[in-house]
Design a binder for this molecule. Structure first.
Ligand SMILES: [Zn+2]
Length: 204
């Protein structure tokens, strides 16, 4: 009978959550009862083991934070670029150059931002390499689809060749060039950073 009461008290005794009377009772009992002493030793163990672990567990948690911060920062940057593109577009006077900020900044940034959705599926990938390659390819694919849609929707090619203003054509081409460079940068960034992201999440 007494053993049962002591056994109920042992967890509280280990956590130092019981009164001094109860603690004294447990201490006295386990001093004389072999079975309860063994149970006490067993229950004490798990916390000893977990206190040996932290080094790796803590490192993992820090890495998980780094991975989440990286993803958030990239989301923020691409969204900020979209805002800048939209703002620049709105102050561009109507004409042949209309839509060029969308072509050079908004489309690449949107494609990159959408490709970050793939990062949520990192755990489903077999290897880090596959994941980072797919990340870069999806970045390129999404940006390319954006460009294709814009070219068809705004009839950009026809407008470019039919324009009477040579200087506007140069301006448009400069924006196309910026867009192409940004697309390349986003794809490289996607490859390198998604690899680092997966590494932090412990992916082989
Ligand atoms: Zn006992």
């Amino acid at each position: 009978m007494e053993c049962n009461i002591i056994r109920d008290l042992i967890p509280l005794y280990i956590d130092e959550c019981c009164s001094t009377e109860s603690a004294d009772m447990v201490k006295e009992h386990i001093g004389s009862c072999k079975e309860c002493k063994e149970l006490y030793e067993d229950m004490k163990k798990p916390s000893d083991i977990s206190s040996d672990l932290p080094a790796s567990v803590k490192l993992n948690r820090i890495d998980m934070w780094k991975a989440s911060i990286l993803q958030s920062v990239l989301l923020f940057i691409s969204f900020a670029l979209i805002i800048v593109g939209v703002a620049s577009e709105s102050v561009t006077p109507y004409g042949i150059t209309n839509g060029t900020w969308a072509m050079s900044l908004i489309i690449p940034a949107t494609g990159f931002m959408l490709s970050l959705a793939n990062w949520y599926f990192v755990k489903l990938y077999k290897s880090r390499k596959t994941f980072s390659v797919i990340s870069a390819v999806s970045t390129l694919g999404l940006i390319a689809s954006g460009y294709l849609w814009a070219l068809l929707h705004y009839d950009m090619v026809a407008t470019l060749f039919n324009s009477a203003y040579e200087i506007d054509n140069v301006f448009t081409l400069v924006h196309f060039f910026i867009g192409a460079v940004l697309t390349m940068l986003f794809c490289i960034t996607s490859k390198i950073l998604s690899n680092q992201y997966a590494k932090w999440l412990g992916k082989e």
